[in-house]
Design a binder for this molecule. Structure first.
Ligand SMILES: [Zn+2]
Length: 127
C-alpha cells in the first residue's frame, strides 16, 4: 500500500470541500488533503490552486535560496539539443523514431528509446 502524504499547499485546509471535512461528528474540521498520489508540482499539491498558493507565498524565498537569473542566458549550438520523436512508419509505439534535434543548426541525430527516456543523457555541453 502506498503511503499517504499531505498536500503542501499552505491554505489547503481553508478550502471548504466535503472531502476535506474530517473527524468525528460534532468536532469535524476542514483538513489538509492527504493522498497517495497528487498530480501537481511533482506530486506535492492536490490541485493547481494549492500549488499557486505555495508559489505566491514562497517564491521569493525559493529564488533567493536557489539563485535568481541575473543575466540573459544564451541558446547556442552547444546547448540547443532537445529530444523529440515522430512516427516514420505508421502511428504506433513501435514506429516511434527518437532523435536529438539542434534548435539552432536543425541537425538531427538518432536516439534509442532508452536514451530518450534517460533524463541525464544529453548532447548539450556547458551553459
Ligand atoms: Zn491542497
Amino acid at each position: 500500500m502506498s503511503e499517504l502524504k499531505f498536500c503542501q499547499g499552505p491554505d489547503c485546509h481553508t478550502y471548504n470541500t466535503q472531502d476535506r471535512l474530517k473527524g468525528v461528528k460534532g468536532s469535524k474540521t476542514y483538513q489538509t488533503r492527504r493522498r497517495s498520489h497528487m498530480y501537481y508540482g511533482r506530486g506535492n499539491f492536490c490541485d493547481r490552486r494549492c500549488m499557486e498558493d505555495w508559489v505566491a507565498q514562497y517564491i521569493d524565498q525559493a529564488l533567493d535560496h536557489y539563485g535568481r537569473t541575473t543575466e540573459a542566458k544564451h541558446l547556442t549550438e552547444n546547448n540547443a539539443w532537445i529530444k523529440d520523436y515522430d512516427w516514420r512508419g505508421g502511428y504506433s509505439n513501435e514506429n516511434r523514431f527518437y532523435y536529438f534535434v539542434n534548435k539552432i543548426t536543425k541537425e538531427q541525430r538518432p536516439l534509442t528509446e532508452q536514451q530518450f527516456n534517460d533524463n541525464t543523457y544529453s548532447l548539450n555541453t556547458g551553459e
